[in-house]
Ligand binder design. Structure first.
Ligand code: MRU
Length: 363
């Protein structure tokens, strides 16, 4: 692994969504903001090989479905550059090992496979040194994601209605995307429009994306934010101030079933019971039309250690077994609104997903 680490100072007067980039291509290398260290340190890892990229995705240096897809795009550039330098005649055959390595790095976020397929289509028919063409494609994936987030922010905010509070889970913000965020993009746009007075952020056990990442983004953007334990969410929804639960997604099946961070499903159940609306915000790169419903979505199981200890300290009885799925699937019937860059589906179903996927970006 590279030892080329460095620290970055943030400007406290500027919005975090404007200055924090989870994924950066700089000086011919991939730089990833190490999200394992936040909020304690803003530190980037500099990666120059595809092996380092796959490891960084697996170890959650970079996380969040769209950000993983963007990192994969740049990872393919690193792979092609190395393969072409070694064997200009056979690089397109030899790179298949690297593509498989990237494909295996995390199983649930479909943006990873989507980005790989897009980079493979770009590779087809390339003659000579592929680096420039592939870098242009990776950059396009990155900039298109930011534009999609801005568009979804506007579309989602337009659904919010009267001013009130919202609840979010995990981190679907600037850190999880090319910038601005999906769920947090809607929250940023809604707050700017005066439609949101407070954001409740689930801490998101066991990895604490809510406590460490969402709270970090929102506090720096000076958006009033209250942190709660995941187990407190149903009691909060019963109180009546929260008007919407707003979350991102890792993979959406053709019928609108949504895989997202573990704990999303019980939020959707509690929201429906208490009459709180439930919004999923995700680019169409997160939609997997090859899966008829959510039962076929691969769910990543993560290490037992994530539950057995906290901050390096053991917290569970020695010898206990662990079930640690990283994601769950929320049935489409619990989703009130699905917001994509191509438009909105209210009460999404297979027919609406097909319509959205066949349409062009919303005007
Ligand atoms: O395990 P993570 O942190 O990669 O999980 C992230 C999520 O579940 C996000 O909600 C999802 O990827 C959407 S990010 C815009």
């Amino acid at each position: 692994m590279t030892d080329d680490l460095f620290m970055t100072e943030l400007n406290p007067l500027a919005d975090v969504s404007e200055q924090v980039c989870a994924v950066v291509w700089r000086d011919n290398a991939l730089e990833l903001l190490d999200q394992r260290l936040l909020p304690g340190a803003v530190r980037y890892q500099r990666l120059t090989t595809v092996n380092e990229t796959a490891r960084a995705i697996r170890d959650m240096v970079v996380r969040g479905a769209p950000a993983i897809g963007i990192a994969v795009g740049y990872g393919v550039v690193l792979a092609a550059r190395a393969r072409y330098a070694k064997d200009p005649a056979a690089w397109q055959t030899r790179i298949s090992v690297d593509l498989a390595l990237l494909a295996d790095s995390r199983p649930t976020a479909v943006n990873l496979c989507w980005a790989l397929q897009r980079m493979e289509r770009c590779m087809d028919g390339l003659a000579g040194d592929p680096a420039a063409a592939l870098l242009a494609e990776a950059r396009a994936i990155h900039t298109e994601d930011i534009a999609a987030n801005r568009r979804m922010g506007q579309l989602g905010a337009a659904l919010l209605g009267a001013r009130g509070s919202v609840l979010t889970h995990c981190n679907a913000g600037a850190l999880a995307t090319g910038g601005y965020g999906t769920a947090l993009g809607v929250i940023r746009a809604g707050y700017a429009a005066g439609l949101i007075d407070r954001v409740y952020a689930d801490e998101t056990r066991p990895w604490l994306q809510g406590a460490r990442l969402t709270a970090w983004e929102l506090v720096q953007d000076r958006i009033p934010t209250t942190l709660l334990a995941d187990a407190a969410a149903a009691a909060l929804l019963r109180q009546g101030q929260v008007r919407w639960v707003i979350v991102g997604a890792d993979r959406i099946a053709a019928n609108g079933d949504v895989a997202n961070k573990i704990g999303t499903y019980h939020l959707a159940l509690a929201a429906r019971y208490h009459g709180v609306r439930f919004m999923v915000v995700a680019p169409t790169s997160t939609v997997d039309m090859s899966l008829a419903d959510g039962s076929a979505i691969p769910i990543e199981q993560r290490a037992a250690e994530e539950l057995l200890s906290l901050g390096g300290q053991p917290v569970a009885a020695t010898g206990v077994e662990v079930w640690n799925p990283s994601f769950d699937v929320t049935p489409a019937e619990l989703v009130d609104a699905l917001v994509t860059e191509r438009g909105v589906a209210l009460q999404p179903d297979a027919r609406q997903l097909a319509r959205l996927m066949a349409s062009r970006d919303s005007e």
